[in-house]
Write a protein that binds this ligand. Structure first.
Ligand code: IBG
Length: 253
């Protein structure tokens, strides 16, 4: 006798309903991760990137207005009353770095030992420094924006990109650490694209980074995320800035 998919599902659900964890949680454990954030890059975009690179599809619950955030808080969903929050594997995770560490570990994007991991962390922190100043740029008061912009370009070309260029020159490999794809590659790739949005020819003096960008953009999961219609978010516009400022307290530091 053949058992249909529906019958199996019904049987499993009947077991799950009787567990202490509960039906909904177990469904989420097996289903797609759910991302809770506003409809922009902000602190969530690197999480989106990492999941996409790992080939993991996700759902998003968008926070559009202050009440959406309040609702999550009142429901006790946010450990520190903040987003990003990612619901996956039966957990409601907060704190961007913790979430990224989890995803990277789960999907084998975090090197093979402690020594590789410290380099991956080091490179990722640098990309996060770059990304943070770019993300905060539109939230700066107009009179400080020009200087902040110049500072980002200066740091990218004199502090960060020369280091990454040298890494590739010295080891001659295709990926930053351990000759295999890691979160550091994905996060550097994301940072390169973001800086290029500010200055399209920024990689001119960094031929190895240009080649790196080409290589990473050809990884099928990355390629897919780069295509129009993917959950990748565009740079924030005036409307987005207004919305984000209404919902979150964005300090200009
Ligand atoms: N350390 C936390 C993390 O890394 O996750 C910080 C999280 C955080 O600051 N979250 C903000 C928040 O929830 C939203 S991202 N604020 C409400 C509160 O009460 O603190 C804010 C942000 C945006 C765009 I929007 C760019 C950069 C940050």
């Amino acid at each position: 006798m053949q058992t249909s998919h529906g019958q199996i599902q019904q049987y499993l659900e009947s077991i799950l309903t009787n567990t202490v964890i509960g039906k909904q949680t177990l469904r989420n454990m097996a289903g797609k991760p759910k991302l809770y954030y506003f409809n922009g890059r902000g602190r969530m975009e690197t999480i989106r990137w990492l999941l996409a690179a790992a080939g993991v599809e996700f759902e998003e619950q968008l926070i559009e207005v202050k009440e959406d955030l309040e609702k999550l808080r009142q429901g006790g969903e946010l450990l520190f009353q903040q987003v990003p929050m990612v619901e996956m594997d039966g957990m409601k995770m907060v704190q961007t770095r913790a979430i990224l560490n989890y995803i990277a570990t789960k999907h084998n994007l975090y090197g093979k030992d402690m020594k590789q991991r410290v380099w991956i962390d080091t490179y990722c922190e640098a990309t996060m420094d770059m990304n943070k100043s770019i993300t905060m740029l539109p939230f700066k008061p107009a009179d400080k924006r020009e200087k902040a912009f110049a500072d980002i370009i200066e740091k990218a070309t004199t502090r960060y990109f020369p280091v990454f260029e040298k890494v590739f020159k010295d080891h001659g490999q295709n990926f930053l650490v351990g000759n295999q794809l890691s979160r550091a590659d994905i996060q550097l790739f994301e940072a390169i694209l973001t800086v290029e949005e500010l200055k399209a020819d920024i990689l001119t003096k960094f031929p190895l980074l240009m080649a790196f960008k080409e290589r990473i953009s050809n990884i099928p999961t990355v390629k897919k995320f780069l295509q129009p219609g993917s959950p990748r978010k565009p740079p924030i516009d005036e409307k987005g800035i207004k919305k984000a400022t209404e919902v979150f307290h964005l300090i200009d530091d």
